[in-house]
Design a protein around this ligand. Sequence first.
Ligand code: SIN
Ligand code: MN
Length: 201
Amino acid sequence: MARIIEERGFRIHAGYLDRAGQETIVARLREVLRAAPLYRPVTPRGQAMSVRMSSAGAFGWVTDRRGYRYEDRHPDGMPWPPIPEEVLAIWRDVAECPREPECCLVNWYGEGARMGLHQDRDEADFSCPVVSVSLGDDGLFRMGNETRGGRTGSVWLASGDVVVMAGEARLKHHGVDRIRFGSSTLLPQGGRINLTLRVVT
Ligand code: SIN
Ligand code: MN
């Protein structure tokens, strides 16, 4: 049973997916990543990110020297595969949003990977939440404010946890300071996968 924790407006459904549910989604993600392989994104300033990325859905979030944006194709030219039904089911259960997600960003964290504090603000409609699903190794999730700086809070996200960023949390800064590589047995090679579901248009 999931336990709901509210922290700085972020709603954390701890233990949302049981082990079987996590394994099913990992199997679906293997199909997604066969069709749209993980790649290493580059920030607009030319810095290679430490996470590897891909997407499913009508749009994928991409970054390169041309900037942050949504694109309807993988950087290698193929269309993004559909968002797996089991992932859509999570959105329908927790998002409290009449629209369906148009993007499922897949972030893969290997040993030493992290994600700096940022806002998710490349979407057109901020009344729709961002829903994040964590799989595999634990990740230290940092939650900040709408403006840069100020106090932040942190929580370790474990495999199967779901975070809803809605309302006052929708535009708050967030990031992942580090992962505990090898802390989970879900992914045979270790690492952490985070899915973020967004309505884009
Ligand atoms: C993100 O904000 O894109 C990822 C968050 C996470 O990995 O938990
Ligand atoms: Mn984000």
